[in-house]
Design a binder for this molecule. Structure first.
Ligand code: ZN
Length: 98
């Protein structure tokens, strides 16, 4: 947890604080406080979409290399792989637009 100077009173406050405890200035409206939060939510999308795509690819590769598994899982694997990839691309585009 880093300490930063309040933009109004210049006193040291936590970088994670939503309001200055010295002068009461809130940081919700200045934009810089909400941006990292938005980026973090997209990081979750990147992670989940990549896990989905990799899991789909892993199941598909296992199936074509002869591993016995449920035909439903084999049918779902390309959907997971393509869906995960499209989800990842969509999240990247959304992160770029926002
Ligand atoms: Zn302050």
């Amino acid at each position: 947890m880093a300490m930063i100077a309040c933009s109004r009173c210049r006193k040291q406050i936590s970088s994670e604080a939503t309001a200055c405890r010295h002068c009461g200035r809130t940081f919700n409206s200045d934009g810089s406080a909400s941006k990292p939060r938005r980026k973090r939510s997209f990081a979750v999308h990147y992670l989940l979409s990549m896990v989905l795509a990799v899991a789909g690819a892993a199941i598909y590769i296992s199936a074509i290399t002869g591993t016995e598994m449920s035909p439903y899982l084999v049918a779902a694997a390309p959907v997971m792989g393509i869906g995960g990839t499209l989800w990842y691309v969509a999240a990247r585009i959304m992160a770029y637009i926002v």
